[in-house]
Design a protein around this ligand. Sequence first.
Ligand code: SAH
Length: 367
Amino acid sequence: MNTTKAVLPVNLLNFDRKGLSAFFVNMGEKPFRATQLLKWIYQGNITDFDQMTNLSKSLRSYLNTHCTITAPEILLEQIASDGTTKWVLEMGLGNRIESVFIPEEKRGTLCVSSQIGCALACTFCSTAQQGFNRNLSVAEIIGQLYVAQKRLGDSKRITNVVMMGMGEPLLNFDNVVAAMNLMMDDFTFGLSKRKVTVSTSGIVPAMNRLNEACDVSMAVSLHAANDELRDQLVPINQKYPLKELMATCKEYANQGPRKHITFEYVMLKDINDSMQDANELLKLLKEVPAKINLIPFNPFPNSDYVCSSKQTISRFKDILYNGGIITTIRKTRGDDIDAACGQLVGKVKDKSRRHLKLQQMGLANAI
Ligand code: SAH
Protein backbone atom coordinates (compact mmCIF):
# COMPACT_ATOMS: atom_id res chain seq x y z
CA MET A 1 0.00 0.00 0.00
CA ASN A 2 1.28 3.42 -0.90
CA THR A 3 1.10 5.60 2.21
CA THR A 4 2.96 8.62 0.85
CA LYS A 5 0.97 11.76 1.37
CA ALA A 6 1.29 14.86 -0.77
CA VAL A 7 3.18 17.38 1.35
CA LEU A 8 1.89 20.93 1.05
CA PRO A 9 4.53 23.58 0.46
CA VAL A 10 5.41 25.68 3.51
CA ASN A 11 4.21 29.27 3.22
CA LEU A 12 7.11 31.36 4.53
CA LEU A 13 4.77 34.26 5.40
CA ASN A 14 3.66 32.12 8.34
CA PHE A 15 6.98 32.64 10.18
CA ASP A 16 8.21 35.48 12.33
CA ARG A 17 12.01 35.88 12.56
CA LYS A 18 12.32 33.41 15.42
CA GLY A 19 10.23 30.80 13.61
CA LEU A 20 12.10 31.31 10.36
CA SER A 21 15.50 30.97 12.06
CA ALA A 22 14.33 27.69 13.64
CA PHE A 23 13.10 26.53 10.25
CA PHE A 24 16.52 27.13 8.66
CA VAL A 25 18.46 25.65 11.58
CA ASN A 26 16.31 22.55 11.32
CA MET A 27 17.41 22.03 7.73
CA GLY A 28 21.08 22.54 8.63
CA GLU A 29 21.30 26.17 7.48
CA LYS A 30 22.62 29.13 9.47
CA PRO A 31 19.99 31.15 11.41
CA PHE A 32 20.95 34.40 9.61
CA ARG A 33 19.24 33.03 6.51
CA ALA A 34 16.06 34.21 8.23
CA THR A 35 17.01 37.90 8.11
CA GLN A 36 18.17 37.57 4.50
CA LEU A 37 14.86 36.05 3.51
CA LEU A 38 12.74 38.55 5.44
CA LYS A 39 14.57 41.40 3.69
CA TRP A 40 13.95 39.92 0.26
CA ILE A 41 10.28 39.33 0.95
CA TYR A 42 9.23 42.43 2.85
CA GLN A 43 11.73 45.08 1.81
CA GLY A 44 12.73 43.88 -1.65
CA ASN A 45 9.25 42.70 -2.65
CA ILE A 46 10.81 39.60 -4.18
CA THR A 47 8.89 36.33 -4.15
CA ASP A 48 10.95 34.44 -6.74
CA PHE A 49 13.57 32.43 -4.83
CA ASP A 50 15.87 32.44 -7.87
CA GLN A 51 16.25 36.21 -7.54
CA MET A 52 17.48 35.91 -3.93
CA THR A 53 21.09 36.10 -4.96
CA ASN A 54 22.74 35.88 -1.54
CA LEU A 55 21.26 32.41 -0.91
CA SER A 56 23.21 29.40 -2.13
CA LYS A 57 22.03 27.63 -5.26
CA SER A 58 21.16 24.49 -3.33
CA LEU A 59 19.11 26.43 -0.79
CA ARG A 60 17.24 28.23 -3.57
CA SER A 61 16.48 24.92 -5.17
CA TYR A 62 15.20 23.51 -1.84
CA LEU A 63 12.97 26.56 -1.30
CA ASN A 64 11.62 26.28 -4.86
CA THR A 65 10.56 22.70 -4.23
CA HIS A 66 9.24 22.93 -0.69
CA CYS A 67 8.20 26.52 0.05
CA THR A 68 6.00 29.33 -1.21
CA ILE A 69 5.49 33.00 -0.43
CA THR A 70 1.73 33.33 -0.74
CA ALA A 71 -0.20 36.40 0.33
CA PRO A 72 -4.00 36.74 0.25
CA GLU A 73 -5.50 37.75 -3.07
CA ILE A 74 -7.32 41.09 -3.44
CA LEU A 75 -10.81 40.51 -4.85
CA LEU A 76 -12.10 44.04 -4.64
CA GLU A 77 -10.74 47.50 -3.95
CA GLN A 78 -12.98 50.43 -3.03
CA ILE A 79 -11.80 53.98 -2.48
CA ALA A 80 -14.00 56.33 -0.45
CA SER A 81 -14.41 60.04 -1.13
CA ASP A 82 -12.02 60.78 1.78
CA GLY A 83 -9.32 58.49 0.35
CA THR A 84 -10.00 55.62 2.74
CA THR A 85 -9.39 52.38 0.86
CA LYS A 86 -11.03 49.05 1.60
CA TRP A 87 -9.82 45.75 0.24
CA VAL A 88 -11.85 42.55 0.23
CA LEU A 89 -9.47 39.58 0.45
CA GLU A 90 -10.10 35.98 -0.57
CA MET A 91 -9.69 33.46 2.26
CA GLY A 92 -10.91 30.32 0.50
CA LEU A 93 -13.99 28.11 0.88
CA GLY A 94 -16.36 31.01 0.36
CA ASN A 95 -14.83 33.27 3.02
CA ARG A 96 -13.68 36.85 2.60
CA ILE A 97 -12.23 39.38 4.99
CA GLU A 98 -11.64 43.11 4.79
CA SER A 99 -8.75 45.46 5.54
CA VAL A 100 -8.95 49.24 5.49
CA PHE A 101 -6.28 51.90 4.82
CA ILE A 102 -6.93 55.30 6.40
CA PRO A 103 -4.69 58.06 5.02
CA GLU A 104 -4.02 61.15 7.12
CA GLU A 105 -1.69 64.06 6.60
CA LYS A 106 1.22 62.67 8.59
CA ARG A 107 0.41 59.00 8.82
CA GLY A 108 -1.27 56.09 7.11
CA THR A 109 -3.09 53.55 9.25
CA LEU A 110 -4.00 50.03 8.20
CA CYS A 111 -6.89 48.38 10.02
CA VAL A 112 -6.19 44.64 10.03
CA SER A 113 -8.55 41.68 10.58
CA SER A 114 -7.62 38.77 12.85
CA GLN A 115 -10.45 36.28 12.30
CA ILE A 116 -13.03 35.33 9.67
CA GLY A 117 -16.09 36.75 11.43
CA CYS A 118 -16.17 36.98 15.20
CA ALA A 119 -17.26 34.57 17.92
CA LEU A 120 -18.28 37.36 20.27
CA ALA A 121 -21.72 38.90 20.11
CA CYS A 122 -21.33 42.63 20.73
CA THR A 123 -24.80 43.89 19.91
CA PHE A 124 -23.76 47.09 18.08
CA CYS A 125 -21.17 45.49 15.72
CA SER A 126 -22.03 44.17 12.28
CA THR A 127 -19.07 41.75 12.17
CA ALA A 128 -20.66 40.02 15.17
CA GLN A 129 -23.84 39.37 13.21
CA GLN A 130 -21.91 37.39 10.59
CA GLY A 131 -21.00 34.53 12.90
CA PHE A 132 -17.56 32.96 13.03
CA ASN A 133 -15.61 30.67 10.73
CA ARG A 134 -11.96 30.45 11.83
CA ASN A 135 -8.81 32.19 13.00
CA LEU A 136 -6.56 33.76 10.40
CA SER A 137 -3.06 32.34 10.01
CA VAL A 138 0.08 34.47 10.50
CA ALA A 139 0.41 34.63 6.70
CA GLU A 140 -3.15 35.87 6.35
CA ILE A 141 -2.60 38.57 8.99
CA ILE A 142 0.84 39.86 7.91
CA GLY A 143 -0.32 39.27 4.32
CA GLN A 144 -2.88 42.07 4.71
CA LEU A 145 -0.06 44.53 5.40
CA TYR A 146 2.07 43.02 2.66
CA VAL A 147 -0.56 43.29 -0.10
CA ALA A 148 -1.80 46.68 1.07
CA GLN A 149 1.70 48.25 1.01
CA LYS A 150 2.43 46.68 -2.35
CA ARG A 151 -0.83 48.04 -3.76
CA LEU A 152 -0.28 51.52 -2.30
CA GLY A 153 3.27 51.76 -3.64
CA ASP A 154 6.05 53.89 -2.21
CA SER A 155 4.13 57.16 -2.21
CA LYS A 156 1.78 56.09 0.60
CA ARG A 157 3.52 54.40 3.51
CA ILE A 158 1.65 52.41 6.13
CA THR A 159 3.03 53.94 9.33
CA ASN A 160 0.52 52.52 11.84
CA VAL A 161 -1.36 49.26 12.24
CA VAL A 162 -4.48 48.79 14.34
CA MET A 163 -5.78 45.29 14.97
CA MET A 164 -9.33 46.63 14.76
CA GLY A 165 -10.74 44.85 11.72
CA MET A 166 -12.89 41.74 11.80
CA GLY A 167 -12.50 39.44 14.80
CA GLU A 168 -11.23 39.44 18.36
CA PRO A 169 -7.41 39.47 18.08
CA LEU A 170 -6.73 38.08 21.54
CA LEU A 171 -8.80 34.97 20.80
CA ASN A 172 -6.24 34.25 18.04
CA PHE A 173 -3.36 34.99 20.38
CA ASP A 174 -0.39 33.07 18.94
CA ASN A 175 -0.93 34.06 15.32
CA VAL A 176 -1.69 37.69 16.14
CA VAL A 177 1.39 37.96 18.38
CA ALA A 178 3.65 36.42 15.71
CA ALA A 179 2.23 38.74 13.04
CA MET A 180 2.65 41.83 15.25
CA ASN A 181 6.22 40.86 16.15
CA LEU A 182 6.87 40.41 12.45
CA MET A 183 5.55 43.85 11.48
CA MET A 184 7.78 45.46 14.14
CA ASP A 185 10.88 43.59 12.93
CA ASP A 186 13.63 45.82 11.49
CA PHE A 187 14.01 43.43 8.58
CA THR A 188 10.35 43.77 7.51
CA PHE A 189 8.25 46.93 8.07
CA GLY A 190 10.08 48.07 11.21
CA LEU A 191 6.97 49.63 12.79
CA SER A 192 7.56 50.98 16.28
CA LYS A 193 5.70 49.43 19.20
CA ARG A 194 3.79 52.65 19.73
CA LYS A 195 2.42 52.43 16.22
CA VAL A 196 0.99 48.94 16.51
CA THR A 197 -2.22 48.72 18.51
CA VAL A 198 -4.17 45.66 19.47
CA SER A 199 -7.82 46.26 20.29
CA THR A 200 -9.67 43.87 22.56
CA SER A 201 -13.14 43.47 23.96
CA GLY A 202 -11.44 42.47 27.23
CA ILE A 203 -10.13 38.90 27.13
CA VAL A 204 -8.49 39.22 30.55
CA PRO A 205 -6.21 36.12 30.64
CA ALA A 206 -4.83 36.93 27.18
CA MET A 207 -4.29 40.58 28.15
CA ASN A 208 -2.27 39.36 31.11
CA ARG A 209 -0.05 37.32 28.80
CA LEU A 210 0.38 39.95 26.12
CA ASN A 211 3.13 42.12 27.56
CA GLU A 212 5.49 39.13 27.87
CA ALA A 213 4.84 38.00 24.32
CA CYS A 214 4.70 41.27 22.47
CA ASP A 215 5.06 44.88 23.60
CA VAL A 216 2.45 46.88 21.70
CA SER A 217 -0.14 49.54 22.48
CA MET A 218 -3.45 48.34 23.85
CA ALA A 219 -6.95 49.60 23.19
CA VAL A 220 -9.91 48.24 25.13
CA SER A 221 -13.45 48.34 23.78
CA LEU A 222 -15.19 49.51 26.93
CA HIS A 223 -18.51 51.06 25.77
CA ALA A 224 -20.10 51.01 29.24
CA ALA A 225 -19.01 52.05 32.73
CA ASN A 226 -21.04 49.52 34.71
CA ASP A 227 -21.44 45.75 34.51
CA GLU A 228 -25.19 45.84 34.00
CA LEU A 229 -24.95 47.73 30.71
CA ARG A 230 -21.66 46.20 29.57
CA ASP A 231 -23.06 42.69 30.06
CA GLN A 232 -25.59 43.58 27.37
CA LEU A 233 -23.42 45.50 24.91
CA VAL A 234 -20.23 43.42 25.20
CA PRO A 235 -21.44 40.03 26.50
CA ILE A 236 -17.88 38.75 27.17
CA ASN A 237 -18.16 41.09 30.18
CA GLN A 238 -20.27 38.41 31.88
CA LYS A 239 -17.12 36.27 31.93
CA TYR A 240 -14.58 39.02 32.62
CA PRO A 241 -16.40 41.80 34.51
CA LEU A 242 -15.19 45.37 34.89
CA LYS A 243 -13.40 44.89 38.20
CA GLU A 244 -11.10 42.24 36.71
CA LEU A 245 -10.76 44.11 33.43
CA MET A 246 -9.73 47.35 35.15
CA ALA A 247 -7.19 45.61 37.38
CA THR A 248 -5.64 44.03 34.28
CA CYS A 249 -5.57 47.35 32.41
CA LYS A 250 -3.88 49.04 35.35
CA GLU A 251 -1.23 46.37 35.47
CA TYR A 252 -0.61 46.51 31.71
CA ALA A 253 -0.18 50.27 31.78
CA ASN A 254 2.18 50.05 34.77
CA GLN A 255 4.52 47.72 32.92
CA GLY A 256 6.29 50.50 31.08
CA PRO A 257 7.07 54.19 31.34
CA ARG A 258 4.53 56.54 29.72
CA LYS A 259 2.27 53.60 28.96
CA HIS A 260 -1.45 54.07 28.92
CA ILE A 261 -4.53 52.23 27.72
CA THR A 262 -6.84 53.71 25.11
CA PHE A 263 -10.46 53.03 25.95
CA GLU A 264 -12.86 52.93 23.03
CA TYR A 265 -16.41 54.02 23.77
CA VAL A 266 -19.06 53.83 21.06
CA MET A 267 -21.67 56.59 21.40
CA LEU A 268 -25.17 55.08 21.41
CA LYS A 269 -28.12 57.43 21.75
CA ASP A 270 -29.99 57.04 25.05
CA ILE A 271 -28.03 53.87 25.86
CA ASN A 272 -24.64 54.95 27.21
CA ASP A 273 -24.41 58.66 26.46
CA SER A 274 -25.91 60.45 29.49
CA MET A 275 -23.94 62.83 31.64
CA GLN A 276 -24.29 60.31 34.44
CA ASP A 277 -22.60 57.73 32.18
CA ALA A 278 -19.73 60.16 31.60
CA ASN A 279 -19.28 60.71 35.33
CA GLU A 280 -19.42 57.00 36.01
CA LEU A 281 -16.75 56.49 33.34
CA LEU A 282 -14.53 59.09 34.98
CA LYS A 283 -14.83 57.30 38.28
CA LEU A 284 -14.09 53.92 36.72
CA LEU A 285 -10.92 55.15 35.03
CA LYS A 286 -9.63 57.11 38.01
CA GLU A 287 -6.77 54.76 38.76
CA VAL A 288 -5.83 53.69 35.24
CA PRO A 289 -3.48 55.70 32.99
CA ALA A 290 -6.06 56.19 30.28
CA LYS A 291 -7.01 57.96 27.09
CA ILE A 292 -10.55 57.81 25.77
CA ASN A 293 -11.54 57.55 22.16
CA LEU A 294 -15.24 58.25 21.61
CA ILE A 295 -16.53 56.49 18.49
CA PRO A 296 -19.67 57.81 16.85
CA PHE A 297 -21.83 54.73 16.22
CA ASN A 298 -21.76 53.63 12.58
CA PRO A 299 -25.09 52.16 11.55
CA PHE A 300 -25.50 48.97 9.49
CA PRO A 301 -28.61 47.32 8.03
CA ASN A 302 -31.15 46.30 10.70
CA SER A 303 -29.10 47.66 13.61
CA ASP A 304 -31.25 48.75 16.53
CA TYR A 305 -29.04 51.60 17.68
CA VAL A 306 -28.81 55.25 16.76
CA CYS A 307 -25.70 57.42 17.05
CA SER A 308 -25.70 60.09 19.77
CA SER A 309 -26.06 63.65 18.53
CA LYS A 310 -22.99 65.82 17.91
CA GLN A 311 -23.91 68.03 20.88
CA THR A 312 -24.24 65.03 23.21
CA ILE A 313 -20.87 63.62 22.09
CA SER A 314 -19.26 66.99 22.55
CA ARG A 315 -20.75 67.45 26.06
CA PHE A 316 -19.71 63.89 26.98
CA LYS A 317 -16.19 64.69 25.83
CA ASP A 318 -16.06 67.91 27.88
CA ILE A 319 -16.98 66.08 31.09
CA LEU A 320 -14.21 63.55 30.58
CA TYR A 321 -11.69 66.16 29.51
CA ASN A 322 -12.49 68.43 32.44
CA GLY A 323 -12.14 65.38 34.65
CA GLY A 324 -8.52 65.15 33.51
CA ILE A 325 -8.61 62.43 30.83
CA ILE A 326 -7.33 63.05 27.32
CA THR A 327 -10.39 62.43 25.17
CA THR A 328 -10.67 62.37 21.39
CA ILE A 329 -13.61 61.85 19.09
CA ARG A 330 -12.83 59.35 16.34
CA LYS A 331 -13.37 60.81 12.91
CA THR A 332 -15.69 58.61 10.90
CA ARG A 333 -13.75 57.53 7.83
CA GLY A 334 -14.82 55.63 4.75
CA ASP A 335 -18.46 55.22 5.75
CA ASP A 336 -19.61 55.73 2.14
CA ILE A 337 -17.98 52.38 1.28
CA ASP A 338 -18.95 50.66 4.57
CA ALA A 339 -15.36 50.75 5.76
CA ALA A 340 -15.95 52.49 9.11
CA CYS A 341 -15.60 50.85 12.57
CA GLY A 342 -18.04 48.02 13.03
CA GLN A 343 -19.09 47.98 9.38
CA LEU A 344 -16.65 45.33 8.17
CA VAL A 345 -18.49 42.18 7.20
CA GLY A 346 -16.52 40.40 4.44
CA LYS A 347 -18.23 37.13 3.75
CA VAL A 348 -18.33 34.53 6.48
CA LYS A 349 -19.40 30.92 6.16
CA ASP A 350 -20.82 30.84 9.63
CA LYS A 351 -19.62 27.70 11.39
CA SER A 352 -20.94 28.94 14.70
CA ARG A 353 -24.42 28.73 13.12
CA ARG A 354 -25.43 32.04 14.59
CA HIS A 355 -27.89 32.59 11.70
CA LEU A 356 -29.65 29.35 12.55
CA LYS A 357 -29.80 30.09 16.25
CA LEU A 358 -31.29 33.53 15.61
CA GLN A 359 -33.81 32.00 13.18
CA GLN A 360 -34.89 29.47 15.78
CA MET A 361 -35.38 32.28 18.26
CA GLY A 362 -37.51 34.13 15.72
CA LEU A 363 -34.84 36.82 15.47
CA ALA A 364 -33.77 36.30 11.86
CA ASN A 365 -34.83 39.84 11.00
CA ALA A 366 -32.57 41.22 13.66
CA ILE A 367 -29.54 40.55 11.48
N1 SAH B 1 -12.84 42.69 18.74
C1 SAH B 1 -11.93 43.77 18.95
C2 SAH B 1 -11.50 44.39 17.65
C3 SAH B 1 -12.61 45.12 16.91
S1 SAH B 1 -12.11 46.74 16.86
C4 SAH B 1 -12.52 44.77 19.92
O1 SAH B 1 -13.66 44.57 20.33
O2 SAH B 1 -11.84 45.68 20.34
C5 SAH B 1 -13.38 47.60 16.29
C6 SAH B 1 -13.79 48.75 17.21
O3 SAH B 1 -14.96 49.32 16.64
C7 SAH B 1 -14.18 48.25 18.58
O4 SAH B 1 -13.94 49.21 19.57
C8 SAH B 1 -15.65 48.05 18.41
O5 SAH B 1 -16.30 47.98 19.62
C9 SAH B 1 -16.02 49.25 17.57
N2 SAH B 1 -17.29 49.08 16.85
C10 SAH B 1 -17.91 47.93 16.55
N3 SAH B 1 -19.06 48.17 15.92
C11 SAH B 1 -19.17 49.50 15.79
C12 SAH B 1 -20.13 50.36 15.17
N4 SAH B 1 -21.20 49.88 14.56
N5 SAH B 1 -19.91 51.69 15.22
C13 SAH B 1 -18.79 52.18 15.81
N6 SAH B 1 -17.84 51.42 16.38
C14 SAH B 1 -18.03 50.09 16.38
